[in-house]
Design a protein. Structure first.
Length: 173
């Protein structure tokens, strides 16, 4: 008897998960959206990414923070037991605020400019910031490994966040 219930429990859990995901995206869409716009899709170390974030609020949004982040993840693939496993490790995150915390009224349609510098490919002797020096040394030492770069705009809001991500390329010099 118990063996007959297990498939129903599994199907119920999958359906509940899918339903929660659909509800989340509907709530996010009803709240508003952010859209990233920038000139290039490929950059070199040391350059600066200049762009605009478009914010559209369908409902009032209470923003704890509104920022753009440059994110670099190291992609690690392992082969174990005849299967391939992929892991992502965030190795760099640079953020810049594009607006102060506050309330955006329903109907808001606004653009916010941003500039985000890309770390240089050669690590200087010291930047004076130990954390940044460590990140730059890690990025410089990874040469042959696969890195994935993304630009993310996010309104950290009460309830559901508004966010947008786009892949970019950071090509070595």
């Amino acid at each position: 008897m118990n063996h007959q219930i297990i498939p129903y429990i599994i199907v119920g859990a999958v359906v509940a998960g899918l339903l929660m995901t659909v509800v989340y995206y509907i709530l996010r869409w009803m709240k508003g959206n952010v859209r990233l716009e920038f000139e290039n899709r490929a950059y070199r170390p040391g350059e600066t990414i200049h762009g605009v974030v478009h914010l559209k609020c369908r409902k009032p949004v209470e923003a704890n923070r509104f920022f753009v982040a440059l994110i670099c993840q190291k992609i690690v693939r392992e082969h174990r037991g005849g299967k391939t496993h992929t892991h992502r490790h965030e190795i760099l995150r640079q953020e810049v605020d594009v607006a102060p915390p506050g309330r955006f009224a329903a109907g808001t349609q606004q653009m916010f400019e941003f500039a985000l510098p890309i770390p240089g490919s050669q690590t200087p002797v010291s930047t004076g910031n130990q954390s940044l020096d460590t990140i730059l040394q890690t990025v410089a030492s990874l040469g042959a490994q696969r890195l994935e770069w993304k630009l993310e705009a996010r309104v950290d809001a009460r309830g559901v966040d508004l966010a947008s991500r786009r892949r970019i390329s950071i090509n070595p010099i």
